[in-house]
Design a binder for this molecule. Structure first.
Ligand SMILES: Nc1ncnc2c1ncn2[C@@H]1O[C@H](COP(=O)(O)OP(=O)(O)O)[C@@H](O)[C@H]1O
Ligand SMILES: [Mg+2]
Length: 437
């Protein structure tokens, strides 16, 4: 899908083993094999001379260096590349320590299916690219918000994850639907994503048909790397961290201050520090203003406000933006550049277009309104999907086209082309001609 294929360095213990994977790699046009290695020396030379984006490191090749040498190599000699490590079964006990290394993104035990290695190379390569380019439009917000709490150097180092907060002042506008489907779609196109819920009781699991636990309580009770991992659930490869289902616990957690151990903001930080890193985190926020929305908002670098094409939503949009940008209370300081709007549940009869909504907002906000980056049609099939725990973005073409507008807005450049076009579906939405800003 990417216009620029992901550059991959392949290694294997011997020519025959290499040939077996090489032919399959070159057949995949999303990848470009930039180097080949059948000895440790060749591996080091290739990393230096034609630096790849992803290195497939077959540990068998490095056995002569011993376990220490292998870990040493993976920790310090990969350059800018990230690694997918193939381990022989006799070294299975190293999966844990190797997985923790900064530049290692995946450890697979041999024998491996080449097709699976190829998929992981692509996903890892895309996620790395996206993370590198993530911060362009909203950098200031990310870095300044982080710098306030964690120090400027750390903020700069961590700014590769785009953290979306999906909000909007009103219940039922489709925040959870947009958050769930955006996260699912991002992950599907190769951008490693975490979906997080902050609405208590949890709203995400209900749409995805997940059990109520595990959820973020596992981290709140034990704020550590293990606690975070234990809070995750998975659906089709997407990582999900549900909110607690318990209002009493939630109120107790909300009482922890922003910088206190085990706070809601701390959970977002743990998610961002998770390894292998997420290229995107999508947070589903509650409609009301509580610590469960304020703290995640302060950790976000991109805010998506979901509204419907009606007058109430226009009024709501203005008050939400005033709140977010600190006009009402300076505990919020989201810069305008980081705020985007999505119009959801649009029917052909609607007259409140994004243009019109923007004008009405501008009148009340000294001439500024957020750009509308997507228009999502009202589709009765969406609810039907959710009742059956099917993710609408996997079934409903026009709805997917709406979600893809969001993906395209943020990632078209990194991915090299539009995701909707890549899917081979040139789709108009309900035949509406909508100009997006
Ligand atoms: N584009 C859409 N088309 C049809 N129904 C939708 C759409 N978006 C959301 N809905 C429905 O609207 C209801 C509220 O959606 P939800 O995502 O829970 O909103 P919120 O999180 O803002 O409260 C759900 O029943 C959902 O199925
Ligand atoms: Mg919701």
């Amino acid at each position: 899908m990417s216009a620029q294929p992901i550059q991959v360095l392949l290694s294997a213990p011997g020519q025959q083993a290499l040939n077996a994977i090489y032919s399959q790699f070159i057949a995949d046009r999303r990848l470009l094999v930039s180097g080949l290695a059948t000895t440790p020396e060749m591996l080091e030379t290739a990393l230096r001379q034609t630096p790849p984006e992803v290195a497939v490191v077959d540990a068998e090749l490095l056995l002569e260096w011993g376990e220490r040498g292998l870990i040493d190599f993976l920790s310090s000699r990969l350059g800018q590349a990230v690694a997918i490590v193939l381990l022989p079964r006799q070294l299975e006990r190293l999966v844990g320590p190797i997985s923790q290394l900064d530049r290692v993104r995946e450890v697979m035990i041999k024998p491996v299916a080449v097709a699976q290695v190829i998929e992981r190379c692509y996903q890892v390569g895309v996620s790395e690219r996206v993370a590198r380019e993530a911060m362009a439009p909203a950098t200031a917000y990310a870095v300044s918000a982080l710098a306030q709490t964690t120090g400027a150097a750390r903020a700069a180092a961590l700014s590769g994850t785009r953290i979306f907060a999906v909000g909007g002042g009103k219940g039922g506008s489709g925040k959870t639907t947009v958050a769930v489907n955006l996260a699912y779609r991002l992950n599907q196109v190769g951008i490693r994503t975490l979906l997080m819920g902050f609405d208590v009781p949890d709203a995400i699991g209900v749409q995805l048909g997940l059990p109520m636990a595990p959820n973020s309580l596992n981290w709140f009770r034990r704020p550590s790397r293990e606690g975070f991992t234990a809070s995750l659930q998975h659906k089709d490869g997407l990582d999900i961290c549900l909110s607690p289902n318990d209002k009493v616990e939630a109120a107790r957690i909300a009482a922890r201050a922003f910088n206190q151990e085990g706070s809601i903001a701390g959970l977002v930080e743990a998610a961002r520090d998770h390894h292998p890193p997420y290229a995107a985190i999508v947070m589903d926020l509650p409609p009301t203003e509580t610590e469960w929305s304020i703290q995640p908002l302060l950790k976000a670098n991109t805010v998506i406000l979901v509204c419907e094409p009606d007058l109430t939503s226009a009024v709501n949009l203005v008050s939400t933006i005033r709140l977010l940008t600190g006009v009402i209370d300076d505990k919020h300081k989201v810069p305008r550049d980081a705020i985007f709007a999505v119009m959801n549940r649009v029917t052909p009869n609607d007259v409140m277009t994004p243009d019109r909504m923007q004008n009405s907002v501008k009148d009340q906000l000294d001439g500024w309104a957020p750009p509308f980056i997507a228009v999502i049609p009202a589709d009765p099939g969406v609810r039907a999907c959710q009742v059956d725990f099917v993710v609408p973005v996997t079934r409903r073409q026009e709805f997917t086209a709406g979600i893809d507008q969001i993906v395209d807005f943020f990632y078209r450049d990194s991915l090299g082309q539009s995701v909707s076009r890549a899917a081979g579906k040139e789709r108009g939405i309900l035949g509406l001609k909508i100009r997006l800003t």
